[in-house]
Design a protein around this ligand. Structure first.
Ligand SMILES: [Zn+2]
Length: 613
């Protein structure tokens, strides 16, 4: 392993620290026997992950890179549909199956380039009855078509493959297949956001090409293991080999990482919800049998109120023609579309609601129906995704809940790299930067305060639905790609003025503006010092003995008359993201932090019962 890889892995862990530190407060150890240590192989893997050190199961570097720029060969076709037929064999931690990829040629096409972890073998690739030649290179494979496919024509190739998929080192952050069991029954999941779909199935591992017409899955697992996946459950076939096949199907496009399979001794907890547009849709919560009552309570205490919150603020739940779905996972959680991974173990957070469930559900709007095409725009998922918990706390427990969230986000900012960084080349790098969550949230806060409630929320709805009035949209709801530039254009339009200076100062620079203040001889002087010398005419509210004045900073430094001895508060409502003497830094992890993280992962390994060879 090179130094570069080492550094990257170390940073990645830091990047996830803010979410992790929220996640692990007060672990409850409900699932596994607390006295039992996690297996030595599991401990060794999570220690390697926490330290950013090499591990024998590390991914091929090319496989680990998800969402990198498409090659010309990849850009020459557009995936329309995937069909996954996969047998999962927990006993040997292996998989065996076939993926049919239907695609349109965007130009004359001789070769199809797809991605698959080299540790999985490709048995054959066929087009109809014709076997095709396959060349594997790094994390990709190249299939030669029998004849040139004309631009506009479509074809379906079928890839038979199998083997032992990568076992996650410390999911969901260091992802892959997650293996566990409950009272002897297998319990497993996939979680591959940072590394991509190619860890367990042949796919085009790129956010910018979702399968336009959706995905069908036929997942076989040992009888007694129920499979929860994306879209709608069509049927379950009993096999005569002791395996049942679960047929799930969705007509919606998916990012590769948003497709997941989960298996375990589940009980389905169901409900129905009438959305803001008047449509009724099913809520499904696939809980471990022993936790079905807790899941029922969680649906009532959180799922329904969360849906009500998001629908009222944003608009209709995007996938109401299929389901709002959750599944109990042997890892903390992930925003898998229509089947959100849930591993918070039914704990009540410090704000009286389940932040993990709220966060993953937020991603149905910020991530799944509105999606970044470029890794540099990952803040659109995570900045908004994290900000929604603050907004929810504002509604449920008031300003103290909101600012408690925001203070945590503020002090977790690292300021190592810009939030929207064009130099970021893949999802792993994007998620290395913790500030996509924290500073992303704070930019949204400051913009909201600057342009006002109506403009901010109308702009947010336009970002998602392309209309500020989505209330009566009928299903299916169209997904769309969005970029930082789209965000600026929409928010500027809603604000009635160009707000690019706010967004770009906060997102395109690693540092933050600092308000330089001094008080002398009855005067308060204010001046912005801005990274990159950007234009930043942010007005500053000042309270002088309780009287508020808003200082226009558009013509540069200002001074205000303040009586001697007056009580002066600058930005008394904390509207503006700026440098204060409480910010974090991007220094290397200390040994103590590494130890703390190992302890957290070890606790998770026990709670979730992680297994590996
Ligand atoms: Zn998230």
């Amino acid at each position: 392993m090179t130094l570069a890889t080492f550094t990257s892995a170390t940073t990645r862990f830091l990047g996830l620290g803010s979410i992790l530190s929220l996640a692990v407060s007060g672990c409850s150890n409900q699932l596994a026997d607390n006295s039992e240590m996690a297996p030595a192989a599991v401990i060794a893997a999570l220690e390697a992950a926490a330290r950013g050190e090499p591990h024998p199961d590390d991914l091929h570097p090319d496989t680990a890179r998800s969402g990198k720029a498409m090659t010309p060969t990849q850009a020459a076709f557009d995936v329309q549909h995937y069909t996954l037929s996969l047998k999962v064999m927990p006993e040997t931690r292996s998989i065996d199956g076939r993926v049919d990829v239907r695609f349109d040629a965007l130009e004359a096409l001789d070769t199809v380039q797809l991605d698959l972890d080299p540790r999985l073998s490709i048995k054959e690739v066929t087009l109809g009855d014709t076997a095709l030649s396959v060349r594997r290179e790094a994390g990709s494979f190249f299939v030669t078509l029998p004849s040139t496919l004309a631009a506009g024509a479509s074809a379906t190739i079928s890839v038979a493959y199998g083997g032992k998929p990568h076992v996650a080192l410390a999911p969901p952050w260091f992802g892959g297949f997650v293996w566990s069991e409950v009272d002897g029954t297998p319990w497993f999941a996939t979680a591959v956001q940072g590394d991509g779909c190619d860890l367990w199935w042949p796919c085009k591992d790129n956010f910018a090409d979702k399968p336009d017409e959706g995905i069908d899955l036929a997942i076989s697992a040992p009888r007694g293991v129920k499979i929860a996946s994306v879209g709608v459950l069509r049927s379950v076939d009993e096999g005569d080999d002791g395996f049942d096949t679960w047929h799930w199907s969705s007509r919606h496009p998916y990012s590769g990482y948003a497709v997941a399979i989960n298996g375990g001794p589940y009980e389905l907890v169901e409900d129905e919800y009438t959305g803001v547009s008047g449509s009724r849709y099913p809520i499904q919560f696939w809980a471990l049998k022993e936790n079905a009552d807790k899941a029922r309570d969680l649906v009532n205490s959180d799922v329904i109120p969360d849906l009500e919150f998001f629908e009222r603020l944003l608009g209709p739940y995007p996938w109401g023609d299929e389901k709002a779905g959750f599944v109990e996972t042997p890892h903390l959680g992930m925003e898998h579309q229509t089947i959100n991974g849930y591993g918070e173990q039914y704990k009540r957070g410090r704000y009286g609601y389940d932040w993990l469930l709220h966060h993953e559900l937020a991603h149905e709007w910020f991530g799944n129906v509105m999606t970044h095409a470029r890794p540099e725009d990952a803040w659109l998922h995570e900045g908004y995704g994290a900000y929604m918990q603050a907004v929810y706390a504002e509604e449920t427990v008031g300003a103290m809940g909101y600012f408690d969230h925001m203070y945590g986000a503020y002090t977790n900012n690292e300021h190592c790299l810009p939030v929207a960084n064009p130099e970021v080349m893949d999802a792993g790098e994007a998620f290395d930067n913790r500030d996509i969550y924290t500073k992303g949230s704070w930019m949204l806060h400051s913009l909201r305060r600057y342009i006002g409630e109506d403009a901010f929320w109308a702009g947010t709805r336009r970002l998602i639905y392309d209309t500020a009035e989505p209330w009566s949209l009928s299903y299916p709801i169209q997904f769309r790609y969005r970029s930082t530039e789209d965000f600026i254009a929409i928010m500027s339009d809603e604000a009635g003025e160009d707000v690019s200076w706010i967004v770009e100062t906060y997102l395109r620079e690693a540092g933050m503006p600092e308000l330089i203040t001094s008080r002398d001889e009855g005067k308060l002087s204010l001046a912005w010092e801005v990274p990159g010398d950007r234009d930043f005419p942010m007005p500053v509210e000042v309270s002088i003995d309780g009287e508020r004045v808003i200082t226009d900073m558009s013509s540069g430094p200002q001074s205000l008359a303040v009586p001697e001895g007056a009580r002066v508060l600058i930005d008394p409502d904390s509207k503006i993201l700026r440098t204060l003497p409480i910010i974090g830094d991007c220094s290397e992890q200390t040994e103590q932090q590494i130890q703390d993280n190992i302890e957290r992962f070890t606790r998770m390994a026990k709670d979730y019962g992680w297994q590996r060879d």
